[in-house]
Every structure is written in C-alpha cells, then in structure tokens.
Design a protein around this ligand. Structure first.
Ligand code: SF4
Length: 329
C-alpha cells in the first residue's frame, strides 16, 4: 500500500481553511493509504512564537485533527519533536541540499522579506520537510499548490542522496504530490488565503454565535449596495463558502437570488452560517469531549510517536549505514 505523509503546524485550534484545504482530505485518505500525520512543531519554531503556548497549541491541533476524524487506529498521528530522527535525517540531508534552490524558494523570500537578520532555520525549512517525508519513505504527499515547490525540492534531495549513496536501489522514493481539491480557501476578508496570522479565519471549533459574528460583517460583491441591487456570486467569497457547506439546491438558490436581488446579503450569510454550524457541530462536540481529558490525548500522541519511531529508526539506520557511519549495525 502506498504511504502518505503530511504535517500541520501547531497553531492552536484549526480553522475551516485547514479543514477544507487539508484535514478533510486526510480523513478520507485513511481508508485508502498507509497514512502518517504529524504536528510539525519543529517547523513552528523557525519564526518567532510564544514558547509558553507551544505545547498547548500542539495538543489543540492534535485534538482538532482527532475531532475531525483522524483515527489513531487507522493512521499514525504524532508530534514531530517526539521523534528525534527527524532532526537527525534533516542534518544528513543538509549535505546534499542545494543552497541556490533553497534561496530561490518563494516561501523563503516571503518570510524573510522584512527581516533584518535571517535565521538559517527559515532557509533550511524545506530540508526538514524532506526529512519528514523521507524518514517514512512516503511516496505520496497531499499538498496545496503553494507547497509544490517544496515537494519538488524533496524529490531533488532524494535524487541527490540516492545518486551519492544508493545508486542501485534508489533507497529514498521521489514522492508524488496529491493536490487537494479545495485548493485555496480565502479568508473572510475575501482577499488573502485564510490564515490565523491574518485574523481572517473561522475556527473549526468556534461556537455558533461566534461563527455568525464573523460572517455578518464579511465583504460581499460591492455591486450589492442596497438589497435591490443584483450581484455576481462568482466574485463573492460567501458564495464560495456556500459551495463547501450548503446543499447543491441551496447553492443554486444563492446563485439565483444573488443575481436577481431576490434576497439581501445578510439573508445569504445567515443561510451559510446555519449550514456551517450544522456541518461543524459533530466536530466541535467531539473536540469538547477530548479537551476534557488532555491526558488521554497525550497518551494517543505518545503511542503515535512510538509507532512513528519504529519506522524512523529503521530508515535512519539504513541511511547512516549507506553513508558509512561508524557503529551502525
Ligand atoms: S447575495 Fe450572497 S453571494 Fe450574492 S453578494 Fe450577497 S453574500 Fe455574496
């Protein structure tokens, strides 16, 4: 069976952009692949962060994943820093990773644009990603379009390492990207990608009144100045969200009533809020239960780390053996 690896940063509670863009897909993949999912806390410390909140945010993301349907019996779910082999393979890969390509990564440029002093961790972030994936010799990686460049670098690192140390059996696979269907979820501002740092999110676990409070002021088609002005749903982010949360009949109704000024934007948003609240209710309920028992969640993550380490140790031993290290049996 093909193996999948994917990771998510420990940003605290997940938002609907995470869910639609990645997590929902991860849940579906559990039935078809050997899936390994990771909360990538080592990546999170490459940019300034609150150390006192890191552990809690890590647990909260894990809770969000489990509440959304990641099942520790069908997939391995763990925290990256609990498997030290990630950092060790990362180091081995720094010896073959091409510096010029690291410097050309779009995300590196974006993240460092305004920095006076650039931590090397930001530059080396894609090497750690390569280590994350290849430590499990995963051959498929669900990614958003913005991650394709990093995945190509993972393939390049695997190629270079294989050329140097495993020319015959090509020990590390060159993983294929699986582009998720919900490619880019725009934030409530309707402009940028939904992102916690931009404050334009709806939390996966937000209570119903909070969902409504966030949706109510969200921008719509500016042509709809008054209730009588018709609009174009195709340029409205509320309509885009309806497509994810409402039935096809409702989506058709929204389309018609928007174009014919058959209702106001607030009516349209109320209908979206109701659909969203109903869709997310079971996830929220399950998360509340999990939050009642953090020790049980930590136990699941410890077990996941143990399972991950069994694979990780074996891969690292093979890699070090081929690189000729002393004392590797
Ligand atoms: S009616 Fe709905 S789809 Fe049309 S502009 Fe208003 S919120 Fe957007």
């Amino acid at each position: 069976m093909d193996r999948i690896f994917s990771g998510i940063q420990p940003t605290g509670d997940l938002h609907i952009g995470n869910w639609l863009g990645a997590v929902r897909n991860w849940v579906a993949l559990q039935d078809r692949y050997d899936c390994i999912y990771c909360v990538v806390d080592l990546h999170a410390v490459t940019l300034p962060y609150e150390a006192s909140q890191l552990a809690a945010r890590t647990r909260d993301v894990a809770i969000g994943l489990m509440a959304a349907g990641i099942d520790p019996d069908r997939a391995i779910l763990f925290v990256q820093s609990m498997v030290p082999e990630h950092a060790e393979l990362n180091w081995l890969f720094t010896t073959v990773a091409p510096l010029g390509e690291l410097e050309r990564m779009t995300q590196f440029k974006d993240k460092t644009e305004k920095l006076e002093s650039i931590p090397a961790g930001i530059l080396c972030y894609p090497i750690l990603q390569a280590a994350d994936i290849l430590l499990y010799r995963a051959n498929r990686v669900p990614v958003g379009e913005d991650q394709l460049q990093h995945l190509e670098l993972t393939r390049e690192i695997a190629r270079r390492w294989n050329n140097a140390y495993a020319p015959e059996d090509r020990y590390f696979p060159e993983p294929e990207g699986m582009i998720t269907e919900a490619k880019r979820i725009r934030g409530l501002d309707g402009q940028a990608k939904m992102s916690k740092s931009l404050g334009n999110t709806i939390g996966l676990l937000d209570p119903p009144d909070e969902i409504w409070e966030k949706l109510r002021p969200a921008p719509t088609d500016p042509a709809r100045v008054t209730r009588k002005d018709p609009g174009n749903p195709e340029i409205c982010n509320i309509f885009a969200l309806h497509k994810y949360f409402s039935s096809p009949e409702t989506v058709a109704e929204v389309d018609l009533k928007c174009r014919t000024a058959g209702w106001g934007c607030l009516d349209c948003k109320r209908r979206l809020a109701d659909a969203m609240i109903a869709t997310l209710a079971p996830i929220r309920e399950r998360a509340m239960e999990l939050k009642q028992d953090p020790a049980a969640v930590d136990g699941v993550l410890a077990q996941g780390a143990e399972r991950a380490r069994t694979i990780a140790r074996a891969t690292l031993r093979e890699a070090k053996q081929r690189m000729g290290f002393f004392g590797v049996s």
